[in-house]
Structures are given as C-alpha cells and as structure tokens.
Design a protein around this ligand. Structure first.
Ligand SMILES: Cc1cc2nc3c(=O)[nH]c(=O)nc-3n(C[C@H](O)[C@H](O)[C@H](O)COP(=O)(O)OP(=O)(O)OC[C@H]3O[C@@H](n4cnc5c(N)ncnc54)[C@H](O)[C@@H]3O)c2cc1C
Length: 816
C-alpha cells in the first residue's frame, strides 16, 4: 500500500480548503497536501452567487470579512488570475421601524470596524435603483464596501497562489478514513488505498464535513439544505452599478450579474439535503428546480423589483449549502482529537469568508493557537449532541430562516428544544419558569406569575420580562432567591501533579488550604484570558474547577492539552453532567440554609470563598460560598439524584423567609450591577487581566510563575492602552436605552470603544454597561474624567464611568 507523509493535509478543494492552502503557502508551510475527491470547486463553491458583504455579526468576524475585500483585489495582481471582484455597495432594506432599529445597530458595527455603513432614506434608495419599489420602506442601511466576486475565479486564484508556494493539490483523491492514535491524528486513508501520515489535518469538506468527522469520531454539527437562486435573461434599465440588495423582510437578495438579475433568499422551511444520498458525491451537482419552494422568493422579488415580471429566467440554480445550529461557522481544532482542525458550515457566506478564514486557520494550524479571539465560531462551543441528525434536521431550517429574520434581543430558538434539562426542570417549570436555551440547556429566563407573563414578546425597547426580573431582584436583595446554575461546567482535577498544573495555568495562587475557593483566570502566552473560573481545593491533590456553561469542551481541552504538553500526572474528569447546582442568594440565605442543615453558616465557620460538604435535608451536598449576584449566598453542588429532594427542602423551609425563584435575566442584571465580567462577552483571549480590571486576581510573584506572566509583566511595565470600564448610562427622551453589546462609546465626541454587555440594574435602578475603551496616551484617571456618550441604535446617551460597582461597592453584603 502506497504511503506518503505530509505536515498538514487539507481535505476539500472548495473556497475554504483553497483559502487555507493559499495562506499556508504564504506562511511558508512545507509538505502541505490538499485532497479533493473530484475537481476543485465542484462541491458547493461553484454555485455561490458571489456576494461579498463584509458587515458581520461581531467585530472580529467583520474584520475577517473585510480582509476579503482587500485580498480579492491583490490576488488578481499577484496571480494574474481574475477574481471578478468589484465593489458595488449594498443596501439592506427595512420595511418596518423595528427592522430599521436593527439596521441602526448593525450600522454601529460598521462604524466600529471602519466601514462606510450608514442609514439612508427610501428616497436615497430610489435614486440608487430607480426601478426598485421603495414606497413601502422605512429606510435602509447603505454599506459602501459590499460587492461581489466570481467564486470559481477566486478559487482558481487561491489554487495558483498555493501551488506557487509549494502546496501539492491533488484532485480525484477520495478520503475514506481518518486514523487517530492516543487522541491525536495519525493517518488519512484514500479510496485508492493510500495512507498519508500527518499530525495535522483540516476538514474543509463543505456539506460532507459531518461525514468526514465521523471517520475520526468527531461530531461536526452542520447540515446541508437546498439553497437556490435564479438568474434572469439580460434586462435593460438596470442601475449601474447595481448595489447588492438585501430585502430582509421579504427574505430575498438581489444582485446584478452581467446585465442580468440574480434573485435568491432564505426561506422559513428550507429543505434538508442528504449529502450521502444517491447523488451526494456527483461533481458540479445541480439539484432539481423547485418552483413551489421558490415561489415566495419570486413573489417578494416581483414586489421589490416589478421589472422582473417581464424578464425571462435563464437559469434556476439549486445547490447544497451547509448551515449550523446557531448560524455561525465551525472553525478551529476539535477539543477531542489533537491535530484535527475544521473549517466548515458556512451558512451561505463561505466564499466571502474564505479569505479571512484561510488566513486565521493557517495561523492556527502552524502556531497551534488561534491568532485572535475566535470563540464566536470555535467548534468547541458545541456539545457533541448538537451533531445528532434529528437535532440538526429540526434546527437547521430555523438556522436558514434566521439569516434574514429579525435578530431580536434575547431571541430564543424555537426548534430542537427540550434537549438538555436539569433534574430540577419540572420543579422550576411548576414554579413558573419561562425557559430559554442558550447552549441547548433549558434555563429559566424568568419566573412568570400568570399566563400573560409567560409570553416572550420581543422588542428593541422595554422588555416584557423586566417586571418579573425586577421582582426576582427584589427578593434577591431583601430576602432569598433560588437560581438554577446547573449548566455550569464542573471539572475535577486530581493526582500528584494537580496542584502543579493549576499553579502553572492559573494567574492566581491556587496552592491554598483545603476548602478554599479561588477566583482566577487561565491565560494564554499573550496574557489573554482563555478561561475565567473558580478553583476550589477539595483535597491535598484534588481541585474542582467551575466555569460557564458554554466553555465546557474548551476548558477541558485546554487542561488536557497542557497536561500532555507538560507530561504531568493529572486526572481530568468532566463532572458537568453529574451534578445539579442551585444558587441560594440573598440576606436570608444563611437563615434558610440553617433551617434545613446542621452545618454552621456563620462568617467564622463558613467564610466567603470557602467550600464544605454539608447536609441539606437528608442529602449531602457541597456548598461553596460565592455569589455571582453579589449577595450573601451559597452555591449548592448536588448529585443529580438528590436535586429534587434538596429543592423541596429549600422551598419548604423557604416559605418562612419569603423565598422566590429567580431566572437568568435577573442574574445577568445583578452581575453587571456588581461589575462582574462574563467570559465570551466582556473578556476573552484578546483581553488581559490588566485590561479587564482583574489585576487583583494575579499572583505576580507566586513560585514558578504562570503561563502568560511574561507578557503580563511587559504590559504592566508599558501600561495598558485599553481598559474595561463599567458605565452608568442616562435615560434619553424616550426612556432608558436597551444596552446589549457593541454599542459605540465616545469621549468628547470621539469614538473610543464599544460596550461588551449591558443591562438594566433592578436593584440600583441604573442602566449599566461594561465597555472596552482605548485610552490612547492619556493616563487612565484623566481619561475617565472625560465626557462620555454611548450610541444606541442611532441615539446618544450620556455615560458616566464608575470607579466602583454600582451595587454594594464595598462588597459588604456578599461577605456579611
Ligand atoms: C445557491 C448558493 C448561493 C450561494 N451564494 C453565496 C454568496 O453569494 N456568497 C458567499 O460567500 N457564499 C455563497 N454561498 C455559499 C458558498 O458557496 C459556500 O459557503 C462555500 O462554497 C463553501 O465552501 P467549502 O469549501 O466549505 O465547500 P465546498 O465548495 O463544497 O468544498 C468542499 C469540497 O470537499 C470535497 N470533499 C468532500 N468529501 C471529500 C472526501 N471524502 N475526500 C476528498 N474531498 C472531499 C468536495 O468534493 C468539495 O469539493 C452560496 C451557496 C449556494 C449553494
């Protein structure tokens, strides 16, 4: 049997695989092989309508997409191969005021990333495309940098550049097996019986990526659907240039192509397509025309551009495109197998994404670490169950529909629900819980007292749940409230080297006495925050790590990778699914726990930041005295089978103390009042503890130092150039602004940063947000004494930086 070795194998010769190949060549990587079972571009890439729209849902994703607008031009010059790229500008239409508000928020993302994105009037739209209907519009968003490219040409330019840089591109090579050895990639097997030995591979297999993942036991949660557009015959009177038009409320897009119009869209009932079906491996596959499915797009197209009525249809294009459960792509190294990388599931934006994705994935493959915060799209954000076929079949049509649906604040998915439930689910439901499911965990968002309160009416203004959350905050402040914290990630680290590895990975000292809980960050070599956790010493050689729900796979993988790299004797056990967690929070929590337990909850016997095994009713649980809401309180870690009993005991005795249940929205508002940071929103791999205001949790001089210390020391010496700050934001004429994230922050009228999270504080009555601001060269104190404003959906609101948390600044309540 023939065998070859490669440093990196790329599987798939579409836009993504070729984008990665090109950038690996640019980085000078050697022995890179790209395998394509048919011909280059013959999967989905050749279908692409070619739209290039750099404005994306987050700052980092927008930055990656902007890179395409530069690279598609320079590629032509470099390779002599046209990419067909041209900038036409783009219009995002709003048919309602709510949509216009959404577009104003999206425009802010443009401002933050340097794009020319601005709201324009229907009259302006009419001037740009005179034959388009505009009388039903509330307004539109104009993005100068929108444009289009030719997908096949872009791919061929990548291929040319990659070959010139030494990448071996092999067509007609079908991968049928991926072998691993001790949790690491070893061999790629082809249909011709060849074995290619490698330590790293990247699956860029488009719609077929899930199948490629199963070859190595890696869940890749994506599902292909039929995705379609039509191309008309040549049309006269088309505006020139003809901006890309997204009629979001009509669910359609329009673009011009060589004097013809292209019309496509995102339907609410997309047809799931089986990539392993009879024609799944046919190159340049065109799925059958489906005019019934297309009819709503046609109607919306005729409404928007009446000239379509007389235009003949030259071509009906229907191709498979893969979508993911949260409509964001899958990138990065699998947390399960070392050296197994993925770049797939592009939700109809794979061509425009290929440049930025190729660049960062090349860096990730070569350097072994993501070059920037890519958590939004990191494959580690998904649980394996998210790749279950029936879950995907249920969820994916909603993901397709979400492309152009309203992106309401706090919007919850409606499909694939009820999958992950805490043992307390039914009890919380009986108590009135209205559930949401971020990370697929069903979580009480708030507790309703009547049927009216159960309905989630989405809005960009006052939230329907504010009344309920205010009630819950009042109970938390004055009495005692129970919080569902079961989704927390729980990792047990034990063994002879347990203390050593955690001392190395955590910036704070975790070599503390047994029973102490330490708040700390795990840093990367750049000093950026990879994890924000509480570490409790549960024994001489045993520790419990607790972090947020979403980072379970990432955190476990981080620990295991360092254990293997440092060759330490440590056992790492993911205990997340074995225990329920109940937060008992509020000034009467001590009284309530004393009523159901024989333990001593006094400050002397059970100080803040410590943990003990205690009895609750007839059960034994571990209680940790910490509080994310900033009150006197304990988190109870309860083996699943005792959860109901513990809950019953608490609720039964709680009647005497005015007990209430409280949901996730109340929790989030309370933590912002305390200025507590949330990983993934306020802090992440690009933020250091010094920038995040978490320097108090850094043990600079602990023996042996810690990962990231050198970078942090250098930064301390130089001084930080940006800072995370808590702001109080004034009401405007129309009441309080709805603070979410990515709202621009100005100092003396100059853009200096953006919000990272925000909330209405129900205990303080303040509108609050955390925001990252660039200090320029101004000393922090002087900088923060300036005049600040936050822009929310086009309105500006005065903002005051707070030196201390808005609620209980001394922390006396939590430590009381
Ligand atoms: C109708 C339509 C319109 C679109 N419009 C746009 C647009 O306007 N703008 C935009 O940015 N995107 C658009 N897209 C999306 C875009 O085309 C895709 O996101 C992108 O092409 C995906 O590229 P890829 O490289 O991931 O997948 P693919 O192009 O499918 O490449 C994957 C390759 O992997 C190969 N492969 C699979 N299994 C194996 C194996 N076992 N061994 C070896 N090789 C294997 C396949 O043969 C295939 O060539 C559109 C898609 C469709 C269908």
């Amino acid at each position: 049997m023939a065998s070859e070795t490669a440093s990196i194998v790329i599987i798939g010769g579409g836009a993504i695989g070729l984008g990665v190949a090109y950038h690996l060549a640019k980085r000078g990587a050697e022995d890179v092989v790209l395998l394509e079972r048919n011909q280059l571009t013959s999967g989905t890439s050749w279908h692409a309508a070619g739209i290039v729209g750099p404005l994306r849902s987050s700052i980092n994703l927008t930055r990656l997409a902007i890179y395409a607008t530069e690279l598609f031009q320079s590629l032509e010059e470099e390779t002599g191969q046209s990419t067909g790229y041209r900038q036409t500008g783009g219009l995002w239409l709003a048919q309602s005021q709510a949509r216009l508000t959404e577009l104003k928020r999206i425009a802010a993302m443009g401002e933050l990333t340097g794009l020319d994105a601005r709201i324009v009037s229907p009259g302006h739209v009419h001037d740009l495309i005179p034959h388009m209907r505009t009388d039903d519009l509330a307004g539109a968003l104009w993005v100068s940098e929108d444009g289009q490219a030719n997908p096949v040409d872009v791919c061929m330019a990548y291929a040319k550049g990659a070959r010139a840089g030494g990448v071996k591109i092999r067509e007609g090579v079908d991968v049928i097996g991926i072998a691993t050895d001790w949790g690491a990639i070893r061999t790629v097997r082809t249909r011709d019986g060849e074995n290619i030995r490698c330590n790293k591979l990247i699956v860029c297999g488009g719609a077929w990526s899930r199948h490629l993942g199963t070859m190595a036991g890696i869940p890749i949660p994506l599902q292909a659907v039929e995705h379609m557009y039509i191309v008309t015959e040549s049309m006269s009177d088309l505006a020139s240039p003809f901006p890309v038009v997204r009629d979001l409320d009509g669910r359609i897009y329009l673009k011009e192509d060589a004097g013809k119009l292209v019309l496509g869209g995102f339907e609410p009932d997309a047809k799931v397509w089986d990539p392993l079906g009879p024609e799944g491996d046919r190159p340049f596959l065109e799925l059958p025309e489906d005019w019934e499915q297309f009819e709503p797009f046609m109607m919306a197209g005729l409404n928007r551009y009446p000239g379509l009525e007389t235009a003949g249809v030259q071509h009906f294009m229907n191709g498979p495109e893969s979508f993911t459960p949260d409509t964001r792509q899958l990138m990065g190294e699998s947390p399960r197998i070392k050296g197994f990388f993925v770049a797939a599931g592009f939700n109809s934006i794979g061509l425009m994404s290929s440049a930025g994705v190729g660049k960062v994935m090349a860096d990730w493959l070569i350097d072994g670490a993501a070059p920037m915060d890519l958590w939004d799209v990191d494959i580690a954000r998904f649980e394996p169950v998210s790749a279950a076929p029936r879950f995907l079949a249920a969820r994916i049509p909603e993901a397709v529909s979400d492309q152009f649906a309203m992106h309401w604040p706090f919007k919850q998915k409606t499909t694939g629900r009820g999958l992950r439930r805490s043992p307390l689910h039914c009890s919380f439901e009986a108590a009135g819980a209205v559930f949401g499911a971020p990370t697929e965990w069903e979580r009480p968002l708030w507790f309703a007292t009547d049927q009216d309160e159960r309905t989630f009416d989405y809005s960009y203004g006052a939230q329907c749940w504010w009344g309920a959350a205010a009630r819950e905050a009042e109970a938390t402040r004055n009495r005692v409230a129970l919080y569902e914290l079961t989704p927390f990630t729980k990792i047990d680290v034990s063994g002879p080297d347990a203390c050593r590895i955690l001392q190395h990975l955590c910036a704070n000292t975790i070599d503390v006495e047994e029973g102490r809980a330490v708040y700390t960050q795990m840093l990367n070599a750049r000093g950026g925050i990879e994890a924000d956790v509480t570490v409790t010493r549960t024994g001489e050689t045993a520790f419990r790590i607790v972090s947020g729900a979403a980072t379970r796979w990432k955190d476990v993988a981080w620990l295991k990778r360092w254990r293997d790299t440092l060759e330490l004797k440590v056992e790492i056990v993911d205990a997340s699914s074995s225990e329920a967690v109940v937060g008992v929070m509020g000034p009467r929590s001590r009284d309530l726990l004393s009523a159901v337990s024989g333990a001593n909850f006094s400050n002397g016997a059970f100080p803040f930041s410590t943990a003990q095994a205690i009895d609750i009713g007839m059960a034994i649980v571990r209680a940790t005295r910490v509080s994310f809401v900033g009150e006197l309180g304990w988190e109870l870690y309860v083996p699943n089978e005792f959860a109901e009993h513990v809950h019953e005991a608490l609720v039964g005795a709680g009647v005497d103390f005015g007990i209430a249940h409280a949901g996730h929205f109340c929790l989030d508002a309370c933590r912002i009042e305390k200025g507590f940071r949330h990983w993934g929103h306020d802090i992440g791999p690009d933020d250091t503890p010094l920038e995040a205001g978490l320097g108090f949790a850094v043990a600079w001089d602990k023996p042996g130092g810690f990962l990231g210390r050198d970078a942090l020391l250098r930064q301390r010496e130089r001084g930080v150039v940006r800072k995370l700050v808590l702001f109080k934001v004034d009401d405007g004429d129309g009441g309080p602004p709805l603070l979410l994230h990515d709202e621009p922050v100005y100092r003396s009228g100059k853009l200096v940063g953006q919000t990272t999270s925000g909330a209405r504080g129900f205990r303080t009555g303040d509108n609050l947000c955390l925001a990252t601001v660039a200090l320029a060269d101004i000393p922090a104190q002087e900088f923060l004494a300036g005049d600040f404003e936050v822009s929310v959906a086009g309105g500006t609101y005065r903002a005051t930086p707070l030196k201390k948390p808005a609620y209980d600044p001394s922390g006396a309540r939590m430590r009381g």
